[in-house]
Design a protein around this ligand. Structure first.
Ligand code: HEM
Length: 476
């Protein structure tokens, strides 16, 4: 009796699933990217995808090719892989829009108001201000503020010529938070509340952005509130011009809480990737042979003036920008540890002529994720190995499918096209400054058995390590 009932249930389930998959194939007829529905109504492939997005997408790419669509939680997401295709998307911002996706993240993750975020004129003014200040006007001031704060941090009694052991990630996080807060919000701003609340909020972002019932997000929302409350009130006089002017621009539109969220987004953007990139840079530096470490030191010594022991040499934004070996080192860190898929929304019905020779029809308002090829062995030989000089030869041509690709299509940690990260110059400069400060001022010892595991599979831009790494350090 039970066996018959069970057999009937299985039969009903199979029939339902076949119908469900057929329904979806009808909605997506020929000329569309292959649709992968999974076998759970509404949920689709969400569970498999969420377990390990990068691996799942790579597995599907091997079966279905560079363009395919996933059915996830009642909606569809089109994935586009291969630098030739990704580049085509980047250079068509009218068809593939970044801001629609950015707005949705602003609302879901950062609790920005739905209505005023669409105020195009203000959003446009704010973005021009960000680009102008972060890519030009305030670069030098930010660099000098960071340098001063670094010197101040490392001259306290906490650091001596005796070895001390620290948890490397927490230590770096404390440094980057203290410095970034002084850079953005001024010396008088107390970074303690941000130190307490930033990491818990950062870890809750996958939950806040997930398409799950709002009730399942209660704890994540509380962590977000604690972080955002650090920024209530008008910015200090000592805050950098960008922060003060952005506050003035949005004051007539936003209430106090919304203004603090707006500042919280900028603080998060300036910290999240920078802290993690900084961790991996120092980690890989310590794992290199003495001869490689010496090459990096030689560049520091050649480019920067000599200074007394225990002090940092004078550094301008321009001198930091000229350090090509350190730049290549950071590029390799970003290649190996940046995992996110950049999001775009189709703003029209699009006929996408893909690299495989097919033309795919995509409907207006199709969410599209661009898959980076940072671990593609056809482009990057031995892709899971850190090679400090992989990007040193700037004339080197990479290729995919037998055709050359620009480095800016192969290596995309800052996104691409019109929406390239506006913070990329200051981010590089800060990371170099921190690395130089640590190398010039400290001796480090990382035991060989300390191996940091990458959380790449959770698809978090540059992710933190998955395990705790202890390092010994002392002032030189
Ligand atoms: C290693 C550090 C960083 C990485 C890897 C990174 C990465 C990114 C990426 C991938 C995007 C999306 C671009 C796209 O999809 O085409 C982005 C956007 C953005 N980033 Fe960064 N970022 C970093 C540091 C910073 C810093 C330090 C700031 C600010 C101080 C910043 C501010 C922004 C802003 C405001 C946007 C939105 C741009 C827009 O709306 O067009 N980022 N970043």
């Amino acid at each position: 009796m039970w066996a018959i009932l069970l057999a009937l249930c299985v039969l009903v389930y199979v029939v339902l699933m076949i119908t469900f998959n057929k329904v979806h194939r009808k909605i997506f007829p020929a000329g569309r990217a292959p649709l992968i529905c999974g076998y759970l109504p509404y949920i689709g492939v969400a569970l498999d995808y969420a377990k390990n997005p990068c691996k799942y997408v790579e597995d599907m790419r091997k079966i279905y090719g560079d363009i395919f669509t996933l059915y996830v939680m009642g909606t569809t997401i089109t994935l586009i892989a291969n630098p030739h295709n990704v580049n085509k998307v980047y250079i068509s911002p009218k068809n593939f829009d970044f801001h629609e996706v950015g707005f949705a993240i602003g609302v879901d993750v950062f609790d920005l108001p739905q209505e005023s975020i669409h105020n195009d004129e203000t959003a446009h003014k704010a973005m021009s201000m960000i680009v102008k200040k972060l890519q030009n006007v305030e670069l030098e001031e930010m660099t000098q503020r960071s340098k001063q704060k670094l010197e101040q941090l490392f001259s306290t009694s906490e650091y001596t010529k005796e070895w001390k052991q620290v948890d490397m990630y927490n230590w770096i996080n404390n440094i980057t938070v203290s410095i970034m807060m002084a850079v953005l919000l001024g010396e008088e701003y107390n970074p303690e509340p941000v130190l307490r609340t930033f990491q818990p909020f950062d870890k809750s972002i996958p939950i806040l952005s997930a398409k799950i019932p709002e009730g399942a997000k209660t704890e994540a929302k509380q962590l977000r509130r604690k972080f955002m409350d650090c920024f209530l009130g008008k910015p200090n006089e000592g805050a950098i011009g960008l922060i003060k002017e952005r506050y003035e621009l949005y004051s007539p539109l936003y209430n106090e809480q919304q203004l603090s969220n707006l500042l919280g987004v900028m603080v998060w953007a300036s910290l999240s990737n920078t802290t993690n990139t900084m961790f991996w840079s120092l980690y890989h530096f310590m794992k290199q042979d003495e001869s490689v470490r010496q090459q990096i030191f030689d560049e520091i010594n050649q480019v920067l003036p000599k200074c007394e022991p225990g002090k940092l040499p004078d550094m301008s934004y321009e001198t930091l920008a000229s350090m090509s070996k350190l730049d290549a080192f950071i590029d390799e860190v970003l290649r190996l540890h940046f995992s996110t898929f950049s999001g775009r929304m189709t703003m029209n019905d699009v006929k996408f002529a893909a690299n495989d020779g097919n033309t795919y029809h995509m409907d207006k308002r199709q969410l599209t994720l661009l898959v980076n090829s940072h671990l593609d062995e056809e482009i990057f030989q031995d892709p899971l190995t850190f090679k400090y000089d992989r990007f040193q030869d700037k004339t080197k041509v990479f290729s995919k499918d037998g055709k050359p690709i620009k480095l800016t299509s192969a290596l995309i940690p800052f996104g691409g096209g019109m929406n390239l990260c506006p913070g990329r110059f200051i981010a590089r400069s800060e990371i170099k400054l921190y690395v130089i400060a640590l190398l010039v001022l400290f001796d480090f010892e990382l035991p060989e058995d300390q191996i940091a595991e990458d959380l790449r599979n959770v698809n978090l831009q540059v992710g933190p390590p998955n395990n705790s790494i202890s390092v010994k350090l002392k002032l030189k």
